[in-house]
Design a protein around this ligand. Structure first.
Ligand code: FMN
Length: 208
């Protein structure tokens, strides 16, 4: 099928996507709202079983970043118990303040149509990858973290989530201070693929 899409550019976007951390951002420089909305629109295009569209986002920017910084550090301090780590606590305070936007990633269970929970998580992860690739295409930086309060039950209500729902982490976004050119390391895909070609009524398994 003919398309106008430049496949080389598309492959480059996927290959050059990196996790870029808040300390690598231009401190607090704000990305225009229309770009963030495009990132969210693209997240909303993710595949999802039975059209449940389970992804939910809470966006923090401007003064909202200070609110989020205090919120997540406070929840962490109150509920981390013996796992409390001073370094982690500091990062939970500082990272939002270095960023342009932070997006809390939630998965909302659909009451009427219960597809397996894992499929709702999978669909939400597809939405996050759409955000990653859009950020990359704009030349911006982002990373997905599940550290801190992600799996704290007590955190869910602050992001509009209930017991059955899941908080899946936080997506930090910012302008990149110094360009990162190194491609992220991966083992060859051939090591992860079983290729079965049965076109001659004969099954060939090529495992490299
Ligand atoms: C679900 C998920 C959670 C992650 N959580 C963290 C995290 O808490 N802290 C962190 O430094 N990186 C986190 N990462 C980023 C990975 O470390 C990163 O994707 C990996 O090192 C590969 O680097 P790349 O994204 O640049 O290809 C997470 C990635 C995913 C997909």
């Amino acid at each position: 099928m003919e398309t106008n899409i430049n496949i080389d550019q598309f492959n480059t976007i996927i290959k050059s996507r990196r996790s870029i951390y808040p300390y690598q951002y231009e401190k607090s420089k704000r990305i225009p709202g229309n770009i963030i909305w495009q990132i969210l629109e693209n997240a909303n295009r993710a595949p999802n079983h039975k059209q449940t569209e389970p992804w939910r986002f809470t966006v923090f920017t401007g003064d909202g970043l200070k609110y989020f910084s205090e919120l997540q550090a406070g929840i962490y301090k109150q509920y981390s118990g013996n796992n409390f780590n001073e370094g982690r606590y500091k990062k939970l305070i500082e990272y939002p303040l270095m960023s342009s936007h932070v997006i809390a990633i939630g998965m909302k269970r659909n009451e009427a149509c219960k597809v397996p929970e894992i499929e709702e998580i999978e669909a939400t992860a597809c939405a996050v990858q759409n955000m990653f690739l859009t950020v990359t295409a704009y030349g911006l930086g982002s990373y997905w973290t599940t550290a801190g309060i992600t799996y704290f039950e007590e955190a869910k209500p602050y992001f509009g989530l209930r017991t059955d729902d899941k908080l899946l982490g936080f997506f930090y976004i910012g302008y990149i201070a110094k360009p990162i050119t190194a491609v992220s390391k991966r083992q060859p895909v051939q090591e992860k693929v079983n290729w079965i070609d049965a076109s001659d009524n004969e099954i060939l398994i090529k495992k490299r």
